[in-house]
Ligand binder design. Structure first.
Ligand SMILES: [Fe+2]
Ligand SMILES: [Fe+2]
Length: 295
């Protein structure tokens, strides 16, 4: 098993260094007060990224009235946090997808569809329960990338990881337990390693590492964890994107989670049942862009 753990961790290394544009972007993100102008200039050095960001921003997902033709304009309309998170998500997706081919048990499109649904649902939960606007964007990013460890596990051991996924569904066993027993690391643990290697912000790495729990001692991380964990739960419960209700790794949510968010569970569920399917449908082109294999 130790062998497998080492190979998976090596596979994270082969993702390579962060692309130069992204390291510049990251530097700006981690600085206290990044200027939108500087940020837009950094993104514009990567024409493919710029093209894709603009494509997404003009998609029905954002529902903007007028066509947006520059990153700077996008920042004015959507805010710096939204654009920078989009940029992080797209760059990472592009890297991760590279060389991954859909096989039995694992389909990149399904993976990104699930990730997107969780991101949308987590953001809806955050909005509904009074998170601030920036926090809602952070929740979206963490939701979108919460399961990235699965792609790394799959690209390293397509056959073995496929079997683990299959067993988890068929025998209704917690995926994390099977991953730990087979590879010595879980997809959440791998997400943490990826976050660290790519110098993602600490809150992001901690939230991805603990996305099946709700007990982070850091209040900021805990709020994100709770939103992402609940989003995973509701996507499953409401059967979003073909998720089968009740199958998989999610135990019923403890009442204290709802108390923590100060929300009535029945009300929240009804709200999500009404709004989530529509929002997810709007995101179809977004999922297409994320799941495309590009070189
Ligand atoms: Fe997960
Ligand atoms: Fe998930």
């Amino acid at each position: 098993m130790r062998d497998k753990t080492e190979r998976i961790l090596k596979s994270v290394d082969t993702l390579g260094k962060m692309p130069p544009t992204l390291s510049k972007v990251m530097e700006l993100i981690n600085s206290v007060n990044p200027s939108p102008k500087e940020f837009a200039r950094a993104i514009s050095l990567d024409p493919i990224l710029t093209f894709e960001i603009l494509k997404l921003i003009n998609s029905s997902f954002y529902g903007l009235a007028n066509h947006v033709s520059s990153v700077q304009q996008a920042i004015v309309l959507l805010g710096l946090t939204t654009v920078k998170n989009l940029c992080l998500a797209l760059s990472l997706a592009k890297k991760l997808n590279d060389g991954v081919h859909t096989r039995r048990h694992f389909d990149l499109n399904d993976f990104w569809a699930h990730s997107m649904s969780v991101a949308i649902c987590a953001k809806l939960i955050a909005k509904k329960t009074g998170f601030e606007r920036n926090e809602c964007d952070e929740v979206f990013l963490a939701g979108l990338l919460h399961d990235i460890g699965k792609v790394v596990a799959f690209r390293t051991f397509p056959e073995d990881y496929g079997l683990v996924l299959d067993r988890s569904v068929k025998e209704n066993l917690p995926l994390e337990e099977l991953e730990q027993a087979t590879f010595g690391i879980t997809h959440a643990g791998l997400g943490e390693v990826i976050g660290e290697r790519w110098s993602f912000p600490d809150w992001f790495t901690a939230a991805v590492a603990g996305h099946h729990a709700t007990d982070s001692p850091d209040p900021k991380v805990r709020r994100i964890q709770v939103a992402v964990m609940l989003a995973n739960f509701y996507c499953k419960k409401l059967g979003i994107n073909g998720e089968k209700a009740g199958v998989g790794t999610y135990a019923p949510v403890a009442g204290e989670v709802f108390e923590y968010l100060k929300v009535n569970p029945a009300e929240l569920e009804q709200f999500l049942a009404e709004v989530l399917p529509v929002e997810v449908e709007h995101a179809a082109s977004f999922v297409g862009t994320l799941s495309a294999n590009r070189r």
